[in-house]
Write a protein that binds this ligand. Structure first.
Ligand code: ZN
Length: 158
């Protein structure tokens, strides 16, 4: 298990240094902003939805305090990679699986379902960082709902 933990840590570090989909989308038709005041993380999420499918997605994470923390950034990088090309319903199921993994509320999701997202599982040992890891997912849910209201981890139930 030590090797697996090390591998997961490397995935987090690599994604925080070289985030995927780290860009604004000029043709986004859904956007959301999210804040995690506990850590100072911020995300601007840009989503292109066609029909029911997420055809493109990108994010930026510079907030008033500068850039977001490594876990928040790596999580957004992994999240955008995982939901690209998926339907909103599939993205919602992934959100549920990640949420269960982060909170341990259902004994952990099947790593096979999660793929690279399983790397976020190590965050569970650091309860104060769970909101860093879930911020981008809350922003995604807000973007797909499309009401344009900013989200904060402090107003989310989790
Ligand atoms: Zn953070």
């Amino acid at each position: 298990m030590a090797d697996l933990a090390e591998l997961y840590q490397q995935v987090i570090i690599e994604h925080s240094r070289s985030p995927r989909n780290f860009r604004r989308l000029p043709d986004a038709n859904r956007t959301a902003q999210g804040d995690n005041p506990l850590c100072g993380d911020h995300i601007d999420l840009f989503v292109r939805v066609e029909g029911d499918r997420i055809t493109d997605i990108g994010f930026q994470d510079a907030g008033v305090n500068g850039r977001s923390c490594a876990i928040s950034r790596a999580s957004a990088s992994l999240m955008t990679g995982a939901v690209q090309g998926r339907t909103a319903a599939e993205a919602e199921r992934l959100f549920a699986a990640v949420h269960d993994m982060l909170t341990g509320s259902s004994g952990g999701a099947d790593p096979k379902t999660l793929g690279k997202l399983a790397a976020l599982g190590g965050v569970r040992q650091f309860p104060s960082r769970v909101k860093c890891a879930s911020l981008s997912w809350h922003a995604l849910r807000a973007a797909l709902k499309g009401d344009g209201a900013p989200v904060s981890t402090e107003s989310a139930k989790d």
